[in-house]
Ligand binder design. Structure first.
Ligand code: F6P
Length: 362
């Protein structure tokens, strides 16, 4: 594409370490080609209130590599909300798409970089089908997006959860307690499994493998029998009992996903009742999403941003950048959305954990 002079970028859905690093990479790589970059504030909502856009100068990108959050703001609510649960995409009303497209073109932009997870990329695809030249960049701490080996933000979240487990380890051991750490992961247990293994967890509960209290208690008893008087349990927020329901913090409004939360407390209470061992719970919550990106994520975000600009230059719209080691590649956005990537119950990660005696409560 030779006539590109200005491109747009927005960050959608829940925030995540590395969003600013992607913005920086897009602005700088675009500048190298002589392009200007305009940021839409507050996710896709910014397309409907274009007066709230901001021109991003490459000279102002200095501290963004390490800065958490997103300077553009984001939202997982609003008029563009397109998901109410796993796989249930809704069509965005035509008048909303028309308005967004008209505003986009009125600004004289040649491309729109949409940084987001499954919900945001579902919106991006609908915009693309409506005639907006879109490029996707895969974001989510949950790592549950298909078509890329890893999403950015995941490594930072795993580091945060691993650090929490290291800290819980010493206090659990000092008091001979069971400690339950609740981590994020609505539909997929990538954070729980990865941090659980890295942080020396004993029991890992994930959405992909339903658990039973019998098996959890058996593992605790097994540890007691060999003199290990403490146990670390990691529970993904979407973990559930066989035949059990999700533990929900807020059923929410009709047009948005329910807010999960509370499985850690439920599990801790039951363990204490059944084993009579002192049990405590720690909910890591949004600490996993806050703060700056790890060096792995900084690198990944920079590669994704640079690759996104490359795709614009090639006119390869409707595509998402992805990591297929050792390279970044372009995949149709349609290959990434609508089918979440979950932890294979018999995959390498789970097998490695089981080989070390880690229980999945099954
Ligand atoms: O980004 C996905 C996620 O981290 C989920 O694991 C979690 O359920 C959700 O975000 C919470 O989002 P919020 O609190 O912003 O609604």
């Amino acid at each position: 594409m030779n006539d590109t002079t200005a491109i747009g970028i927005l960050t959608g859905g829940g925030d995540c370490p590395g969003l600013n690093a992607v913005i920086r990479a897009v602005v700088k790589a675009g500048h190298m080609r002589g392009w200007k970059t305009l940021g839409f504030r507050n996710g896709f909502e910014g397309l409907l209130t274009p007066s709230r856009h901001v021109w991003l100068d490459y000279r102002d990108m200095g501290h963004l590599l390490t800065q958490g959050g997103t300077i553009l703001g984001t939202t997982n609510r609003g008029r563009f909300a397109s998901k109410t649960g796993l796989g249930e995409a809704q069509r965005i009303p035509r008048e909303i798409l028309d308005e967004a497209k008209a505003n986009f073109h009125a600004l004289g932009l040649s491309a729109l970089v949409c940084v987001g997870g499954d919900g945001s990329l579902t919106i991006a695809q609908q915009l693309f089908e409506h005639g907006v030249p879109v490029i996707g960049v895969p974001k989510t701490i949950d790592n549950d997006l298909d078509a890329t080996t890893i999403t950015f933000g995941f490594d930072s979240a795993v580091c945060c959860a691993t650090d929490a487990l290291d800290r819980l380890h010493t206090t659990a051991e000092s008091h001979n307690r069971v400690m339950v750490l609740e981590v994020m992961g609505r539909h997929a247990g990538w954070i729980a499994v990865s941090a659980g293994i890295s942080g020396g967890g004993d029991i890992i509960l994930i959405p992909e493998i339903p658990f039973s209290y019998d098996k959890i208690c058996a593992k605790i008893a097994e540890r007691e029998s060999v003199g290990r008087k403490f146990t670390l349990v990691v529970a993904a927020e979407g973990a559930r009992l066989r035949d059990g329901a999700l533990v929900v913090a807020d059923a929410g409004a009709k047009d948005r996903e329910v807010r999960l939360g509370g499985i850690g407390s439920v599990v801790a209470r039951e363990i204490e009742k059944l084993t009579e061992k002192e049990t405590r719970v720690c909910v890591l919550g949004h600490l996993q999403r806050g703060g700056g990106p790890t060096s792995f994520d900084r690198l990944l975000c920079t590669r994704f941003g640079a690759r996104a600009v490359d795709l614009i230059a090639r006119g390869q719209f409707g595509f998402m950048v992805a990591l297929r080691p050792p390279d970044t590649v372009a995949v149709p956005i349609t290959e990434a959305i609508g089918r979440l990537r979950r932890v294979p119950a018999d995959g390498d990660l789970v097998r490695a954990a089981r080989a070390l005696g880690i229980s999945f409560g099954d």
